[in-house]
Design a protein around this ligand. Structure first.
Ligand code: MG
Length: 293
């Protein structure tokens, strides 16, 4: 199942995406009027077949404007730093890591969060005041969507607690990330977590197939397979759930591959008018333009 939200014919809709047919089905009824309908689908354990019976309308995929698949983040996005070997090296060499330790490669997952107000969708602009930050960077990533309340999940059971996956951009103000030492502020500017266009369940986006790619203005900057993660998805769920109860709709941003702006000399920070495109296999393309004040 590929599920999201979209505007169509002047209304906000719950949408089922069929990439093979290049078609979107719109779901009506009680569920569609839920404040956070995709979260309701996750919490209620509904399947594509459950939803199709309430489909009233359809449209060609190319004509649909997608919104963030979740209407709101219930909790902060849980994010992982330095989770690809080559990115860990480029980050430590960049001079922007105020928390670098003895080794560039972490021995344990490095966890931080992004505020709920970072939520943005495909088609939304990445906006910031260039007097506030002059070093905004992209981080194309695989997002994991938790499907069930869980605690102390073993690695072997971890994927059974995962609803599906979503493409996301862990947009980061590098100067704030460095100056404030803790990463929270530089990671939490309003709208700095675009995600979408849809969430795909594991049967429609098998974990072994996932490849993350990021382009800026058409130039391929990042290209990695999810098998290159230092701490894989199951390990992340096990580690997090040992400390905290995970809840349906929680998002884990699994880390970004090598090729972010600070990896270049000189750095390639985002500028007004730039277009960032993140694509993950089966998860569509997340496209956002940069707008500075
Ligand atoms: Mg990141």
């Amino acid at each position: 199942m590929k599920i999201g939200r979209a505007t169509w014919a002047g209304k906000t809709r719950l949408a089922l995406i069929d990439e093979q047919k290049q078609e979107v089905l719109f779901i009506e009824g009680g569920l569609a009027s839920h404040l956070n309908p995709v979260l309701a689908v996750i919490e209620q354990g509904l399947t594509a077949n459950d939803l199709k019976s309430a489909a009233t309308d359809r449209a060609p995929l190319a004509e649909v404007k997608f919104l963030p698949p979740l209407s709101a983040f219930v909790r902060n996005v849980i994010a992982v730093g330095k989770n690809y070997h080559d990115h860990a090296m480029e980050f430590d060499k960049s001079g922007f890591n105020a928390t670098s330790g003895a080794s560039a490669i972490p021995a344990f997952p490095q966890i931080f969060t992004k505020a709920t107000t970072t939520l943005a969708g495909p088609n939304d602009a990445i906006r910031f005041d260039s007097k506030h930050t002059s070093s905004v960077d992209y981080e194309g990533e695989l997002g994991v969507v938790i499907g069930a309340t869980c605690r102390n999940v073993s690695k072997a059971d971890a994927l059974s607690k995962v609803f599906g996956f979503v493409a996301l951009n862990d947009v980061t103000a590098r100067d704030l990330q460095k100056n404030h030492a803790q990463w929270f502020l530089g990671k939490s500017l309003d709208g700095f977590c675009p995600l979408g266009p849809w969430i795909a369940t594991q049967d429609d986006a098998p974990i072994d197939s996932l490849r993350v790619q990021t382009w800026v203005n058409g130039e391929l900057r990042q290209d990695a397979h999810i098998s290159q993660l230092i701490f894989d998805v199951a390990t992340l769920v096990e580690t997090l759930s040992r400390a905290m109860t995970l809840q349906p709709g929680d998002i884990i941003a699994t880390g970004t591959p090598v090729g972010v702006g600070i990896g270049f000399t000189p750095p390639k920070f985002l500028r007004h008018g730039d277009q960032v495109r993140v694509a993950v296999t089966g998860l569509g393309e997340l496209i956002n333009r940069v707008e500075t004040l």
